[in-house]
Design a protein around this ligand. Structure first.
Ligand SMILES: [Ca+2]
Ligand SMILES: [Ca+2]
Length: 295
């Protein structure tokens, strides 16, 4: 019985102190409120049809399949099948606010369509300059899947944009739509997330110790490290005089990417160093970085 209690206590303390597995959500938009433009979103009906689409909807009624509700939050983006111009073109854009991208960032969103014999096409595009249509480069194009009322996840690795600020766009593009929606359909998107990947599932190319954030900090800061192979890892904090103040972690980790935090509440303002040592077989990786505690 005693052993079980100790085990439970240990389990709880691990759960609450070790956040090395939590994904970092950098950006999330579920359209809780419909004034998306005030948050930096841009909606463009580029085919010039007189009716304003895309729009934010709270729900959508299908005569044969019930209701579609948002994937998350209160509203979702609705591209309308009837909104083609005289040349049968549907070309409607949803453009995100600007987002700073780091290595191991991933973009996700959810989408859907009725999916009969229609040709609904969504393009996913990224701009590293401005948020005008001509600035975007396509990274994916796909036919949105149905059936009605179902949401499908799309996910994109953004690592190749690390260090840049980007806009992403989702463009409903269909050349042979029609005013009556004979060969086009309603398409919907919602719930955008940009997250920085953390955990044992992340594929890591090399050992790395990231700069802590925030920095300077008061009183706690995050330290992220990447392990190419399963490793015995220690992270140690030193003060400006080189005196060891604390050992943050000292255990085995699977290969992957992890986040730990240091709480400097009991220490005085000043420069500190954090040093990683990761040992895998005969390989040892070591790196040291500086951080500043300001109270
Ligand atoms: Ca939503
Ligand atoms: Ca249109």
């Amino acid at each position: 019985m005693k052993k079980i209690i100790i085990y439970i206590v240990l389990l709880f303390s691990l759960t609450f102190t070790d956040n090395s597995f939590a994904q970092l959500i950098k950006f999330i938009e579920t359209f809780e409120s419909p004034d998306a433009e005030s948050r930096g979103w841009k909606f463009i009906n580029n085919d010039g049809n007189m009716v304003e689409y895309p729009v934010l909807s709270g729900s959508f009624t299908f005569t044969d399949a019930g209701y579609l509700y948002p994937h998350a939050g209160n509203y979702f983006i609705n591209y309308n099948s009837l909104n083609a111009n005289d040349d049968r073109l549907i070309d409607e854009w949803v453009i995100s606010p600007q987002i700073k991208i780091d290595k191991y960032d991933r973009l996700s969103f959810w989408c859907g369509a009725v999916d009969k014999s229609y040709k609904d096409t969504l393009r996913v595009l990224i701009s590293v300059t401005e948020n005008n249509i001509q600035d975007f480069v396509e990274i994916d194009r796909f036919k949105v899947e149905g059936p009605s009322t179902v949401w499908h996840n799309k996910t994109y690795d953004l690592s190749s944009y690390a260090g840049k600020t980007i806009y992403f766009a989702v463009n409903y593009y269909l050349k042979d739509g029609s005013a009556l929606g004979v060969s086009s359909d309603n398409v919907w998107i919602d719930h955008f997330i940009v997250e920085n990947l953390i955990g044992p599932d992340v594929i890591v190319e090399k050992y790395e110790l990231d700069q802590n954030y925030p920095n300077p900090f008061n009183p706690s800061t995050n330290i992220i490290f990447s392990l190419q192979y399963d490793s015995d890892v220690s992270i140690t904090i030193y003060d400006a005089l080189g005196k060891q103040t604390e050992t943050l972690v000292n255990r085995n980790f699977k290969s992957g990417r992890y986040k730990v935090f240091w709480n400097g509440a009991n220490y005085s303002s000043g420069v500190y160093f954090y040093k990683i040592r990761a040992i895998s077989g005969s390989n040892t990786f070591e790196d040291t970085k500086q951080m500043i505690l300001i109270k």
